[in-house]
Design a protein. Structure first.
Length: 211
């Protein structure tokens, strides 16, 4: 099993798939699309170290922040080549919410996950969308439903909360924030209670092929 998280920015992987990364660190690959500042990249590295995700499992395309989708054919081409190199069993894309880079990452990711006649194209059998609380919207206008839940242990949630805490430059001091460590724990508890477990993360399946 190889699970690839496509993150528009360094931090989206932790907010959206931190529980999954805590649970399956050896199976994870993380691809960041936008160039990160020096401070943000240190925070990213610290967060992934907490998940025991090594440098070999990390990649960054260094595209302009805020303009990830400025050249959509090129973005799809870069994702195509990354998917072909890594050959992931599962691909995780961000929900196309309020941020233009998230929309671009989702749309380009979906195109890169297409069925193709090219012999070099990698067809990922399983594709999921993950939630980034700071940028999400209701799914009623999209053909997506939060219908798959990853059960997390208390240890998984604790690691995720600590990893979120690494992104100090992103947290608003003295104000509630949907991506704060405390909120992350509360969200995992609320999602878990909706499906009868203590903690969970939610995902929207796009394609699931089981052999």
């Amino acid at each position: 099993m190889k699970r690839l998280v496509v993150a528009p920015h360094a931090d989206d992987e932790t907010y959206g798939c931190g529980g999954l990364m805590a649970k399956y660190p050896d199976e994870m690959e993380v691809l960041v699309l936008a160039e990160a500042s020096a401070i943000r990249w240190v925070e990213f590295t610290d967060a992934l170290n907490l998940f025991s995700i090594t440098e070999k499992q990390q990649r960054c395309l260094n595209l302009p922040d805020g303009e990830v989708g400025a050249n959509m054919p090129r973005l799809v081409e870069l994702l195509d080549s990354t998917f072909a190199a890594l050959q992931p069993t599962e691909v995780y894309l961000p929900f196309p919410g309020l941020h233009q880079d998230h929309i671009a990452a989702y749309e380009a990711g979906m195109r890169a996950c297409r069925r193709s006649m090219s012999p070099n194209h990698w067809f990922a059998p399983n594709v999921f969308v993950y939630d980034v609380p700071a940028y999400d919207l209701e799914l009623q206008n999209w053909p997506l439903r939060w219908s798959q839940f990853e059960v997390l242990s208390e240890a998984d949630v604790t690691v995720k909360a600590h990893a979120v805490g690494c992104y100090k430059s992103e947290l608003t001091q003295g104000a509630p924030h949907p991506g704060s460590p405390d909120e992350v724990v509360m969200q995992a508890r609320v999602i878990g209670s909706s499906c009868g477990v203590r903690y969970a993360e939610k995902y929207a399946p796009v394609r699931v092929i089981r052999g």
